[in-house]
Design a protein around this ligand. Structure first.
Ligand code: ATP
Ligand code: MG
Length: 283
């Protein structure tokens, strides 16, 4: 069966992104709820390229920790829409902002989140896909605290040729130090490997969940690009409070190694004591 926009009723806007809008929709026939990401037909070619890349990545991935795509359709006006599973708790970013509403952040919960994102990343990396924009607002959660990676707009398929013009993608704040270095990133030179950059971004994301604010800068600071780059490349590793466990401290250190060749891979990190025996399954 082919999908059509008229099969769905828009219930509300869930979010606006770069070039598109995500709606909560109900399928008229089944009453099933989905998220529908729509990119306008008149968007510029970058935006269209991004959504097409996102579609091809969602089609080639199948993991409980990557958002599921149920179909794609194009409206007569040229809009492109992706039908995705609806994640009812929104993003980890919401979770940071409304802490304690339903869910209280603690190490145990962070370990559950870490393990799930690592499983999603391990799957992506095994398929030679680098996400390149891992951050709280691209990780979706549902009521059972199942976490899924979403938003593949700037992801990269490593099997394709490297495109040096396309190297500054993603959100600056979560970018790893090597991504600011033209010698190693995007040019295919040096020992750059894009997979390690996703691990850095995961480390920062988990630290932000714990601290409640972006970890590399004082709370409340809205920095310019240069300040951010200095903090990432030259700043000290963010200090964790004395109260954190040795396992959590060590896990974060493994993710936030400035030298990308010393950072552990997703599959190695899944064996780390902080997450190894964690059970996140729904009880
Ligand atoms: P950005 O450039 O801000 O990252 P984007 O264009 O890449 O945005 P998405 O991140 O895919 O768009 O989606 C924008 C917002 O819509 C998300 O931050 C989230 O709040 C909401 N959203 C996206 N997908 C879903 C989903 N499957 N279930 C629930 N909410 C979703
Ligand atoms: Mg996003």
């Amino acid at each position: 069966t082919t999908l059509a926009a008229s099969d769905f009723e828009k219930l509300q806007v869930l979010g606006h992104g770069n070039g598109g809008t995500v709606y909560k929709v109900r399928e008229k026939r089944t009453s099933n709820i989905y998220a529908l990401k729509v990119v306008h037909g008149d968007s510029d070619s970058d935006v269209r390229r991004q959504i097409l890349r996102e579609i091809s990545i969602l089609r080639r991935t199948d993991s409980p920790h990557i958002v599921k795509c149920h179909g794609v359709f194009e409206k007569p006006c040229g809009d492109i829409a992706i039908l995705m599973e609806y994640m009812d708790e929104g993003t980890l970013d919401n979770l940071i902002k409304n802490q304690s509403k339903n869910i209280n952040m603690n190490e145990e919960l962070i370990a559950k989140i870490a393990k799930q994102v690592l499983q999603g990343l391990d799957h992506l990396h095994a398929h030679k896909i680098v996400h390149r924009d891992i951050k709280p607002s691209n990780l979706l959660v549902n009521k059972d605290v199942i976490v899924k990676i979403s938003d593949f707009g700037v992801s990269k398929m490593m099997c394709r040729t490297l495109d040096p013009c396309n190297s500054y993608v993603g959100t600056c704040a979560y970018m790893s130090p090597e991504r600011f270095d033209p010698e190693t990133y995007g040019t295919g030179g040096g020992n750059y490997n894009g997979y390690a950059a996703d691990i850095w971004s995961l480390g920062l994301t988990l630290l932000e969940l714990y601290m409640g604010h972006f970890p590399l800068l004082p709370q409340g600071q809205r920095p310019d690009w240069a300040t951010l780059m200095c903090a990432i490349c030259f700043g000290d590793r963010p200090s964790l409070p004395d109260s954190v466990s040795e396992e959590f401290r060590s896990f974060i250190e493994c993710c936030l190694q400035k030298d990308s060749s010393k950072r552990l891979s997703a599959s190695d990190l899944l064996l780390h004591p902080f997450v190894k025996d964690v059970d996140y399954s729904v009880s």
